[in-house]
Design a protein around this ligand. Structure first.
Ligand code: P6P
Length: 348
């Protein structure tokens, strides 16, 4: 009889057996996030229905126009996490402030969750891939009391788990714990996420760079020189490097995680601190990539070491194959030392 693929729940149970003292709260949270993702998937997959992606007159903390889909996804995640009794509170891109689930059951929870309910929702209108991004922290305040900002303003290195759901040609949930990164593809015929990508590793070297090149004159010389060095290498070795940019972070980073490469979102004139959010976009992906052997920096520091001061703060992001990110950081260090951005012996 064909071995059925392991479902997310079965996988979590197999992991739980390795930790006899585990309470199962983290597994519960992942199951609930998976449930919300299935409901979000069912709406997105009917995206052609009138009204789902129309813009509202509201704007979120990123100043982006809020779509009903953003609010729907936010509400779905909020509801399942509150009812899970394994989450003391949340931070969402769609809410200015922390949402504390201040009741006896949730106050006894050991975790808090941060998420971007739908990243890149503007792409929905063109049937492009979008995603949900989440990070799960253990509380650092005492269980039994309401959670507070202190529970959320932790460095990414403290994450207990982080992941994303990609709504694309297929819908996948990828999450990481310190034990590694695993991917689960939704099988709509049984309504379950099934293990399809066990023990994901990010290729150490890559040949794809992913950046919005319209801003390249804005990036500062080190990043510009780094990109130019790959274009020059292509003159000698045509097609060695290539560029791919979807404009949807989850799509670009999912490809980078599986195929290797580097994704760059530097600071620009109109986003002097970078555009992407540290707490619920960059930290979760940095956690995932490091768990898969990749690397993530803001140009000077590891993303996971940044001490956050604001739940919605932004950061520049350079993330992907360890070799490519390391090479970029050599360009940046050289520029800082010499004022120009092209290190002498910088073989690709
Ligand atoms: P730009 C989508 O709006 C998003 O937040 C990310 O998903 C994506 O990587 C980035 O912005 C794209 O930004 O400036 O290139 O359009």
């Amino acid at each position: 009889m064909k071995q059925e693929k392991m479902t997310l729940d079965e996988f979590r149970l197999s992991e739980l057996r390795l930790y006899p003292n585990a309470t199962g709260e983290l597994s519960n949270l992942l199951r609930e996030i998976g449930l919300a993702a299935k409901r979000i998937y069912s709406v997105i997959s009917r995206n052609g229905e009138p009204g789902i992606s129309d813009s509202t007159d509201m704007r979120n903390t990123s100043g982006e126009i809020v779509k009903p889909l953003d609010r729907y996804a936010h509400q779905e995640l909020l509801t399942v996490l509150k009812h899970s009794l394994s989450c003391a509170g949340i931070v969402s891109e769609e809410e200015e402030n922390i949402l504390v689930f201040n009741n006896k059951g949730n106050n006894n929870s050991r975790y808090v969750v941060m998420f971007d309910p739908i990243d890149g929702s503007s792409n929905c209108n063109n049937c492009m891939t979008v995603g949900t991004i989440f990070g799960i922290y253990r509380r650092c305040t005492e269980a039994g009391t309401p959670c507070s900002a202190k529970d959320f303003l932790q460095t990414g290195r403290n994450l207990a788990a982080a992941g994303y759901i990609i709504y694309g040609v297929s819908t996948m949930m990828v999450y990481a714990t310190k034990r590694g990164v695993n991917g689960f593809t939704l099988d709509p015929s049984i309504g379950e996420f099934c293990l399809s990508h066990p023990a994901i590793r990010c290729p150490e070297a890559g040949r794809i760079y992913s950046v919005n090149e319209s801003n390249i004159l804005n990036f500062g010389s080190a990043v510009g020189q780094y990109i130019k060095s790959m274009q020059q290498y292509n003159l000698a070795y045509p097609g060695f490097f290539t560029a791919r940019y979807v404009g949807s972070m989850v799509a670009d980073l999912h490809r980078t995680l599986l195929e290797g490469g580097i994704f760059l979102y530097p600071a620009t004139e109109d986003h002097q601190d970078g555009k992407l959010r540290l707490m619920y976009e960059c930290n979760p992906f940095a956690f995932i990539f490091e768990a898969a052997g990749g690397m993530a920096i803001d140009g000077y520091r590891e993303i996971l070491s940044i001490a956050p001061v604001n739940i919605h703060q932004r950061t520049p992001l350079f993330i992907g194959s360890r070799d490519m990110v390391t090479r970029l950081s050599r360009f940046i260090k050289y520029e800082n030392r010499t004022g120009s951005g092209y290190p002498p012996t910088c073989s690709t």
